[in-house]
Design a protein around this ligand. Structure first.
Ligand SMILES: *Cc1c(COP(=O)(O)O)cnc(C)c1O
Length: 362
C-alpha cells in the first residue's frame, strides 16, 4: 500500500493554490531577458519596497545568526493601532495568520463560511484544518452579507471576509459590514482581511480596529505584501482580542517571522512618503488602465484595490497571447470566473505595455 494513501482524506481533497506565473519562468520559456517582462499578476507594488525598509533589511543582515526578536515590530504596530501588544499576532505573510486562525477554530466536523469569488486562501485554510468551506453566493461579484448570514450553520465557527476583496476589487459599505458583524452569532469568529486597506482613499476608509473594542469575535488581518511592497519578505499581522491572539500564538511557530522581514516592516511603517507615492501611483494607474479597457471595449468590475478584473469572451486564449508579448496577468478561471482576467496596476510604462499587448492580442 502506498504510504500517501494513508494521508488525511481532507488533505488529499485540497487543490493547490495557483500563484501568478513568476517572471523568471516566463523568461525561460520565451528566451526573453527578465527585464523585458511585465508582471502584473500578483498585486505587487510596482515601486518595489520603501528605500528605508530596504536599508533596514540590509542592516539586519548582520543579525542573521541570531533568532528573530519581534519586540520592535509588535510595539510599532501597537503604537500605531492603539492596541496592546498582547492583541497582535505576527505572521509569515498575512496568509500565515489566516492559517493560524483556522487552526485555532476549525477541525473536522466544523465549517467556515466565505463568499463566492473571495480570496482563494479561505477555502484552502479551511480545508487544511479539516473543516468544510461553505461558499455563499455573491451578488454582483461582491460579498452578499445576507447570503453569508444565511449560510451559517450550527457547526460554523469561522467566517472569512476580504474588504476590499481579491480578485474582484469590491468593497463592502462599512456601516452595513459593522451591523452584520455585530449581529453574528457569538460562537462565530469573523476574519476581516484588509490586505488592500491602504489603497482606499482616506475619506472612504474606516478604522475597523475601533470595532475590536465591542467585537470580541473579530480578527482583522493586514499585510506588508501589498502597498508596502514587501511580498517576498513575507510579513503580515492580525489584530484581535487578547484571548484569541493568545491562542493563535500558541499554534504559531515560535520564529515564524524572520529578522529581515521584521526589520523591514518596522522601517516601512514609518516611510509615509513611500506609502503616499505608492497610493498616488495606483490611483493614476487605475485611471490609465480603466480608461484603456473602456477604449478597447472591455467591461470591468470597479476596483478598490491595486488591480482590476475585466471581462473578455476568450480570456484563456488572450492570456496566452499576452504571455507571448511578455505580459503576465492573472487568469481567474479557478475562481469560477473563466471569462475574466485580473491585472495589477503597474507603473505608467507597464500599464501602457499591458494595454498595447492587450490591443494586439484581441
Ligand atoms: C495578497 C493578499 C493577502 C496577503 O497575502 P500575504 O500572505 O500577506 O502576502 C491577503 N489577503 C488577500 C485578500 C490578498 O489578496
Amino acid at each position: 500500500m502506498a504510504p500517501h494513501t494513508q494521508s488525511l482524506p481532507y488533505i488529499r481533497a485540497i487543490s493547490p493554490y495557483q500563484p501568478g506565473k513568476p517572471i523568471t519562468q516566463l523568461a525561460r520559456e520565451l528566451g526573453f531577458a527578465v527585464d523585458q517582462i511585465v508582471k502584473l499578476a500578483s498585486n505587487e507594488n510596482p515601486l518595489g519596497m520603501s528605500p528605508k525598509a530596504r536599508a533596514a533589511v540590509i542592516e539586519a543582515m548582520a543579525t542573521l545568526s541570531r533568532y528573530p526578536d519581534d519586540f520592535e515590530l509588535k510595539h510599532a504596530l501597537a503604537e500605531r493601532s492603539g492596541l496592546g501588544v498582547e492583541r497582535i499576532v505576527l505572521g509569515n505573510g498575512s496568509n500565515d495568520v489566516l492559517d493560524l486562525v483556522a487552526r485555532v477554530f476549525l477541525a473536522p466536523g466544523r465549517s467556515a463560511v466565505y463568499s463566492e469569488y473571495a480570496f482563494a486562501v479561505y477555502p484552502l485554510a479551511t480545508l487544511s484544518a479539516g473543516a468544510e468551506p461553505i461558499a455563499a453566493a455573491a451578488s454582483d461579484f461582491s460579498h452578499d452579507l445576507e447570503a453569508m448570514r444565511a449560510a451559517i450553520r450550527p457547526d460554523t465557527r469561522l467566517l472569512w471576509i476580504a474588504n476590499p476583496n481579491n480578485p474582484t476589487g469590491t468593497l463592502l459599505a462599512y456601516p452595513q459590514l459593522k451591523l452584520f458583524l455585530q449581529a453574528l452569532p457569538p460562537d462565530v469568529v469573523a476574519v476581516l482581511d484588509e490586505a488592500y486597506n491602504e489603497y482606499l482613499p482616506p475619506a472612504e476608509r474606516v478604522d475597523t480596529t475601533a470595532w475590536l473594542a465591542e467585537m470580541p469575535n473579530l480578527v482583522i488581518t493586514r499585510t506588508f505584501s501589498k502597498i508596502y511592497g514587501m511580498a517576498g519578505l513575507r510579513i503580515g499581522y492580525a489584530l484581535t482580542s487578547a484571548a484569541i491572539a493568545d491562542l493563535m500564538n500558541r499554534v504559531r511557530q515560535p520564529f515564524n517571522c524572520n529578522n529581515l522581514a521584521l526589520a523591514g516592516a518596522v522601517a516601512a511603517l514609518d516611510d509615509h512618503p513611500f506609502v503616499a507615492a505608492s497610493y498616488a501611483l495606483n490611483r493614476a494607474g487605475m485611471e490609465q488602465i480603466v480608461g484603456g479597457l473602456k477604449r478597447l471595449g472591455y467591461g470591468h468590475i470597479p476596483s478598490h484595490g491595486n488591480f482590476v478584473t475585466f471581462r473578455l469572451a476568450d480570456a484563456a486564449a488572450v492570456n496566452q497571447r499576452l504571455l507571448k508579448h511578455g505580459v503576465i496577468v492573472r487568469p481567474i478561471a479557478g475562481y469560477g470566473m473563466p471569462d475574466w482576467l485580473r491585472v495589477t496596476i503597474g507603473t505608467e510604462n507597464e500599464n501602457s505595455r499591458f494595454l498595447a499587448a492587450l490591443e494586439a492580442s484581441a
